[in-house]
Write a protein that binds this ligand. Sequence first.
Ligand code: NAD
Length: 361
Amino acid sequence: MIIGLPREQEINENRVGLTPDNVKELINDGHQVIVEHQAGLKSGFNDEAYQAAGATLVEEVAKVWAAEMVVKVKKPLKEEYAYFHKGLILFTYLHLAADSDLAQALLDNEVTCIAYETMVDKGTLPLLKPMSEVAGRMAVQIGAHLLEKNHGGPCILLGGVPGVKRANVTIIGGGVVGFNSAKLACGLGANVTIIDLNPQRLAKIEHTLGCPVQTLISNEANIHESVVNSDLVIGSVLVAGRRTPILVKEDTIQQMKSGSVLIDVAVDQGGNFETTHETTHSEPTYVIHGVTHYAVSNIPGAVPQTATIALTNASLFYTKEIANKGIIQAAKDNHTILTGINTYQGHITNLAVSESQDREF
Ligand code: NAD
């Protein structure tokens, strides 16, 4: 199969869909890989590395999109719709439910789209998990910096030192993001509290984290008390397919210590704090009631090399299945690939996407 790797066009998107090592594996399987000039540069992979792996480097993006399969990170932008063609397989994060123009362009051109975010493996989302792992760990790293004097913080070191108190960290939502935040915060020596609705999840965290944390069941009183006594609070609740509930009210935030930090990782689903509004890597923070808020919706974009390798570690197996077998046989053999197919031969093939788009399934 001929596989195309374009450079991401979205501002501040520095990841890339395939690493040079991935390209080498695909070429070893008998495929041809066409890479756009500088596609991997912002993730730390230069053109020479792709060339050494056997890729064909091109300047013209149209040549990349002329491939049989295009592997990307983010959904195509409007200026890329002109490259769609009948039978093209597009493997990427797509988020089609909210983008009617993109859906129309994909259907008109009979593009087969496999969306990373709808792929399900035994109840888990294998291509969302790596980004949650990165974001969870980053949240603590960012929080630690925002607690420093230079960033307007209360001048606190997360882990303290002998004879000096540790910082209090509350993590609301003990899923993939929350677990990874807890792992890092614990490792740095902070006092960590994790709040979740699911008692089994809390028990599992206690057993597997490898360091002592306070677990609490999620209710208004526990959240209020823990948040007002915290230096750093991380919001990482997800209710699949819905807007995240607002679990920390403005009244609670008003009672936090001046200089405390809120990191709303769940901002991409609406956010867990009443005072959250989305921010960007170029202007990541704002202050309300003396509390620093950070609400960047693509946190992994700050560490594109780690994020690209984490994503492609998880996606390459499926890329190879599709390239080696073709989409029909790959979907028959692998249910996770089947769950990823959002469009096929001019039809929406994902129920949730068709309902959100009010289009026929
Ligand atoms: P997850 O499904 O693994 O975890 C969500 C957790 O929330 C679950 O443990 C669930 O029991 C818990 N929960 C649900 N309702 C709750 C409530 N009322 N109180 C307390 N806990 C509750 O999800 P995840 O992969 O950890 O992702 C968490 C959020 O982070 C999502 O919104 C995701 O989209 C977002 N995310 C953002 C970024 C970013 O860059 N900002 C990156 C990755 C993920």
